[in-house]
Design a protein around this ligand. Sequence first.
Ligand code: PGA
Length: 247
Amino acid sequence: MGRRKLAAGNWKMNGVKAALGEITALEAAHPAPDCDVLICPPATLVAAMADAAKVISVGGQDCHAAASGAHTGDIAAELLADAGASAVIVGHSERRADHGETDADVNAKAQAAWRAGLIAIICVGETEAQRDAGQALAVVGGQMAGSIPQGATGANTVIAYEPVWAIGTGKVPTLADIAQMHDHMRAVLGASHGAEADAVRFLYGGSVKPGNAAEIFAVSNVDGALVGGASLKAADFGGIVAAASEG
Ligand code: PGA
């Protein structure tokens, strides 16, 4: 299946204007990567990054389900699109934990992303306790059923599997565990969305670094990565972009 790899960076609540220099450096080092490259900076940098970037796409980290209105501090997908974003992360585990977002909330946000013409990067992933209890596959399957709207296609949706216990910890599942989960996810999406599921890209996220990216990208049904800490510096993220370009 010819799914183009995606190296996606999630800067989380990091990055002032000076950090735009990382984009310039990344593009200088990788002017024509053989993969898609996306950076999701804080909302304050979306417009400036979209203006500065040539080959890198820019995304938001969250959106509100509504298109506009009295929602102080929130950002509509339409506003992200107007600022130059082409994608938005929805349902990151930090949003689910910090803001109590449910699968239904995430589902509504994904539909909001599509309404605005953005790719929805829908995040799922189990906690350490859930994995230890042997529930990882069931938990992720349930999150997928609740969070991914009907109408998901390879053009409008990316799914990111991010085990909560692997985010920012330096801990990574075994390659066999990643393969088992991504194969499971492909089957789950196939059952709910039919043949179109084959075109949807599945990212792995959680402590992806330049040193482990290539082996992760070689795993069955891994179509790229969603990268936090290692996306902040051009030198680190460049190594991940290079690995995605080879895979
Ligand atoms: P990390 O974060 O790469 O720093 O583990 C991944 C993420 O939360 O998307």
